[in-house]
Design a protein around this ligand. Structure first.
Ligand code: ZN
Ligand code: ZN
Length: 169
């Protein structure tokens, strides 16, 4: 994903880049294209890229283990300062740009932010009911007979507490 910035005048430009997740080197859980909407702010001293990334991935739900295809987004800002010397930084979002170069390659950044866009807790949907801990049925599709017992168990500690309080009287 390369931006040849010498093609653009100073000022703000909207760019849309797209690259297949395979070409980006992402693993098989990703599919389709990574799309990046970029607001590029170019001036004499620096270039700032405000990036909105959209990516698709196969994920397994942490609650019901069902495999679903989901869209994830991520936002990041990359700043490039023009520099005559070949300086480099460890900073992920802040880089130096040689005055001799004419393009920016954001492939690595898109790769990193694609991986970061996958949340630690993956759900097929926000209100996923998960699997019954007793019979293993997917409760998004089916109710099972053990569900009533588990619902009652939720109130059991309260029941015990109530009895204790009553005994104190
Ligand atoms: Zn689920
Ligand atoms: Zn059950």
């Amino acid at each position: 994903m390369i931006i040849k910035y010498t093609n653009y005048s100073d000022g703000i430009h909207e760019l849309n880049l797209s690259e297949s997740t395979q070409k980006l080197g992402l693993d098989d859980s990703f599919f389709g294209n990574a799309e990046v909407k970029i607001k590029m702010d170019k001036s004499i001293h620096q270039i700032v890229l405000d990036c909105n990334l959209t990516i698709h991935s196969h994920v397994e739900c942490d609650r019901c283990t069902e495999k679903v295809d989901k869209e994830f987004t991520n936002h990041f800002v990359l700043s490039y300062i023009f520099s005559k010397s070949n300086k480099s930084t460890d900073d992920f979002n802040f880089k130096y740009l040689s005055t001799e170069s004419d393009k920016i390659d954001i492939t690595e950044d898109v790769f990193e932010y694609s991986e970061l866009s996958i949340p630690l807790k993956k759900l097929c949907k926000d209100d996923c009911k998960g699997l019954c801990p007793k019979c293993g049925k997917n409760l998004n599709y089916d109710n099972c007979t053990c569900q009533n017992e588990t619902t009652n168990n939720v109130w059991e500690p309260l029941q015990i507490l109530k009895e204790k309080l009553n005994n104190k009287k």
